[in-house]
Design a protein around this ligand. Structure first.
Ligand code: PMP
Length: 282
């Protein structure tokens, strides 16, 4: 397990960030999480694109994309972990605590590489249980900042209630996404997922799956739907870099579909796995 800190690679437990890092004090930092499957990093360019969008939205100075890409690959290679997760966090820097941006901003670039635990087999054979919760996040859920308190509190509430994750519901009753994943439902032959707005994160996995579905002739509607429609769906899945494709078979105590992981979850998962293993894949 290694860390990269402003150009230097070191053992993870030796990496230190100053207490006046703005990421620590204000959540004033962007992040990304890239996965390596079978020793191959997946969709790095898409993650770099999203990181650039987040940095732009936070008015950070532009960063050298090539340097960040190089650091990701070097860290991954040096760690030699087959199923690894690279966490990347870029804070606005270190400065005496004050809300206003520091006069001279020198962003702190931190990365860590660690193994990603395998998906528990019962999650795939039985599906997971979820609860719905009102979305208490801020208005820019489309960018990836480390300000994740609403996600953290909601995930813990789900675990405390015996479920695995929480699904965010907007004030208009719209189903948005999971605490660290996007959400799709299947009704008949069609998939439905929330459109790309400021209310959800534009997931890389979501985008990759949309591409796959287009290629395979599966219709996906990017539209708003409510909790009632989700509960009545044939299948519900969560998607994400770590989540991959996770079937949800119980929501707020209601059984989804036939109560077992469905065929679409299995197909999406297999297609995603094949793409991740493809040397010519993203
Ligand atoms: N939504 C949220 C809130 C997330 O934290 C994540 C995980 N990054 C996702 C969706 C899925 O995004 P991705 O497929 O890029 O991992």
């Amino acid at each position: 397990e290694l860390a990269y800190l402003n150009g230097e690679i070191m053992p993870l437990d030796q990496a230190r960030v100053p207490v006046e890092d703005r990421g620590y004090q204000f959540g004033d930092a962007a992040y990304e999480f890239v996965a390596a499957v079978n020793g191959r990093l997946f969709a790095v360019e898409a993650h770099l694109d999203r990181l650039e969008r987040t940095l732009l939205a936070l008015a950070f100075p532009p960063l050298d994309r090539n340097r960040i890409r190089e650091a990701i690959f070097t860290l991954h290679q040096r760690a030699g972990i087959a199923r690894a997760g690279i966490y990347i966090q870029i804070s606005r820097g270190v400065a005496p605590r004050s809300h206003a941006f520091p006069e001279k901003t020198v962003p702190q670039v931190l990365m860590t590489v660690r193994p990603v635990p395998p998906t528990p087999p019962e999650h795939l054979t039985r599906g997971i249980a979820a609860i719905t919760l009102a979305d208490q996040r801020w208005g820019r859920c489309d960018i990836k900042t480390v300000q994740l308190l609403a996600n953290v509190m909601s995930k813990q509430r789900a675990l405390d209630s015996g479920a695995y994750d929480a699904i965010f519901i907007g004030p208009d009753g719209t189903v948005r996404e999971g605490t660290s994943s996007n959400l799709f439902i299947r009704s008949g032959q069609r998939l439905h997922t929330h459109p790309l707005t400021t209310e959800i994160l534009p997931g890389i996995t979501r985008a990759v799956l949309l591409d796959i579905c287009r290629r395979e002739g599966i219709e996906v509607l990017e539209r708003r739907f409510d909790r009632q429609e989700m509960l009545a769906a044939d299948e519900v899945v969560l998607t994400g870099t770590v989540t991959e494709v996770l079937p949800v078979t119980r929501i707020d105590g209601h059984v989804i579909g036939v109560g077992r992981p469905g065929p679409m979850a299995a197909r999406l998962r297999a297609w995603l796995e094949a793409l991740a293993a493809d040397p010519d894949g993203p």
